[in-house]
Design a protein. Structure first.
Lengths: 115, 112
């Protein structure tokens, strides 16, 4: 079953606009919520991450908003640029007793920022 | 600079062939992972390893096996490739108790 639901599947934004991607999770044991960015021909790379003890985290133009009671979190890209065009994956994880972090990924959102 | 490399960017194999996908990381990470990426399904975990010679099944292990003989190398094996295993395969690594996973560039496998 899909434990992390991501929407929309694709998104077109004009340069300078705000891109918003939403995710919802089911398992309340998750304690780490990263966003990964993937450019064509490359593997995903960590963009920004949040833990459930804070409601917002901002790094430059990228902000994660986290709503623990609703079990939802979202990525906001302010002043979107053509260079932000990529596929974005949300994920959720819980560290297991073996010392590893098993990530559950959303389905991905393909973002296109038009000049 | 952290580096995860995968042996091939593109691979074409025939149904029934045994396929080896190799992954090497140079960061001395304890944990290594194999995912497959399919449109609309995101990344799904096939297998992972938290130590040499140790392995754990992920969410979709059927039809796959893995091998980790050295800390830096993690191999994914398709014992008898099938067309439904046509996909992008991504390898990743992370530190023990680390949250961030570092991904390789992926291998696009086509099974004919």
């Amino acid at each position: 079953q899909q434990q992390v639901k991501q929407s929309p599947q694709s998104l077109i934004v004009q340069k300078g606009g705000i891109s918003i991607i939403n995710c919802a999770y089911e398992n309340t044991a998750f304690d780490y919520f990263p966003w990964y960015q993937q450019f064509p021909g490359k593997g995903p790379a960590l963009l920004i991450a949040i833990r459930p003890d804070v409601s917002e985290k901002k790094e430059g133009r990228f902000t994660i908003s986290f709503n623990k009671s609703a079990k939802q979190f979202s990525l906001h890209i302010m002043d979107s640029q053509p260079g932000d065009s990529a596929t974005y994956f949300c994920a959720a994880s819980k560290q297991l007793r073996g010392g590893y972090n098993k990530l559950i990924f959303g389905a991905g959102t393909r973002l296109a920022v038009h000049p | 600079d952290v580096k995860v490399t995968q042996s091939s960017r593109y691979l074409v194999k025939r149904t029934g062939e045994k396929v080896f996908l190799e992954c090497v990381q140079d960061m001395d990470h304890e944990n290594m992972f194999w995912y497959r990426q399919d449109p609309g399904l995101g990344l799904r975990l096939i297998y992972f390893s938290y130590d040499v010679k140790m392995k754990e099944k992920g969410d979709i292990p059927e039809g796959y096996s893995v091998s980790r003989e050295k800390k830096e190398r993690f191999s994914l094996i398709l014992e008898s490739a099938s067309t439904n295993q046509t996909s992008m395969y991504l390898c990743a690594s992370s530190l023990y108790r680390g949250n961030e996973q570092f991904f390789g560039p992926g291998t696009r496998l086509t099974v004919l």
